[in-house]
Ligand binder design. Sequence first.
Ligand SMILES: Cc1cc2nc3c(=O)[nH]c(=O)nc-3n(C[C@H](O)[C@H](O)[C@H](O)COP(=O)(O)OP(=O)(O)OC[C@H]3O[C@@H](n4cnc5c(N)ncnc54)[C@H](O)[C@@H]3O)c2cc1C
Length: 450
Amino acid sequence: MILFIHRKDLRTSDLPAFEAIRSSGSRSLHVLILEPFLLRKQRYLEHSGVNFLTQVSRLQQEYGAEGKQLHILYGEPDIIIKRLSETYPIQELMVHADYTPYALQRDMSLRNTSAALGIRFKIYHDSMLCDLEDFMDWCGRREPFKVFTPFYRRWRSYLAERFRPPYSSTLAELSTSTLDERIAEDFKIPEEITLQIEKLAPSGKKIDVKDTLEQFIDLHLRDYHVSRDKYAQEGTSRISRHLNTGTISARTVYTRLADEENGGEEWLRQLAWRDFYLYQARLDSDFFCYEKVYDLSSLGTKYFEAWSSGRTGIPVIDAAMTQLNTTGWMPNRLRMITAMFLTKNLGCPFIYGERYFRLKLSDYDNVLNRGGWLWSSSLGFDASPYFRIMNPVTQSQTHDPSGDYIRTWLPELADLSDKAIHLPRPYAIVDLKQSRALAIEVYKKILNSK
Ligand SMILES: Cc1cc2nc3c(=O)[nH]c(=O)nc-3n(C[C@H](O)[C@H](O)[C@H](O)COP(=O)(O)OP(=O)(O)OC[C@H]3O[C@@H](n4cnc5c(N)ncnc54)[C@H](O)[C@@H]3O)c2cc1C
């Protein structure tokens, strides 16, 4: 028997592990483990946790609709595997890879536990569009690309030549096993999380993730290169929450785009940024510890609270943080502006903003979030230069001239003129010019502190 554990692959098609299970002809036990560490401090009530549990609930429905079994358990993966192996003749454990420090440690431990139990442990790479090792061999280099554009050019050519199309095995082709009731009872999900999952269960007409993609292609793809930064218009795909929980695979998205004659190059470029960060997470040994590589002690948290609660007195910042806190969404351009404002104008270490977004973004992804925060604070590969600091007022005037976005999220400012609406309020917590000049000095020193 094969034990398969769902993680950031909450779908039932185009899964490398399903392909392997089908070709083995074995029965499989399909489990999703809610790990206490990942749901600590009531994270299941925050936007990021809510999105994850919504997708879990939808996955459970998908299994049910096929008459198949998915078992959702709560506990430490190691302990669960040991317990399952006492009851089932498990020969192999299959998962899809995850590259965060927590996940790598967990998987190392799972590998050791499996070895001790005589179970083969197999990890499939699933999240990137290009197979990292093959890509590096194909490029003929061992050193990672440190700049995005050359990476992107090679990435495009590699995919044109070697793209691996979606896997064809379906859930319907697999024989899934039921779960012993005592095990289900021992690793029962806590009541409050069960209630949350039930509450989030999609009802009525099934919302297909592919509809989100088709709608975007029909309505916005053609103008994406101009509309992506016009954040008041919502011209982006919002596919991130699905890509990050794996409800749709990057392969499926790329295949669909390859058929499209309607432009799409600029959008593919964004998908390449996703791969670029996943690539750095695996090849840049500092990626998850830049805060220890550089001396950030000259920064502080004095203004963090005002920033996170949308009370800085800079309208576009406060509007964006209000949208985030209320809905779990913030458009990319505003993520860049708010992150740069926190780390540069407000002189706060990036890890505070990173942690805040971890809870609040519905499309939260550990690697992409860190990538975005490193970029904004001028750390890591191809980051924003320390002396180029976005001015939130100018950004607001450029990308949303009539101030519609601010009017929506800060209705108390709705009556201001198109000109006045972007300007700092009298109670603004910093002077933009002075704080910019100071940030340039401070970050120059930080970048020399390695
Ligand atoms: C400070 C900061 C934090 C971020 N945190 C996250 C996060 O936790 N999760 C997350 O998915 N993205 C994050 N991003 C990247 C980006 O903001 C989102 O991917 C994008 O806004 C998602 O919207 P969309 O799906 O409509 O994107 P679209 O514009 O439709 O783009 C399609 C896809 O391309 C990828 N993409 C787009 N822009 C970027 C980018 N700048 N970097 C990497 N990949 C990109 C995403 O997978 C996205 O879904 C962050 C960016 C910043 C600056």
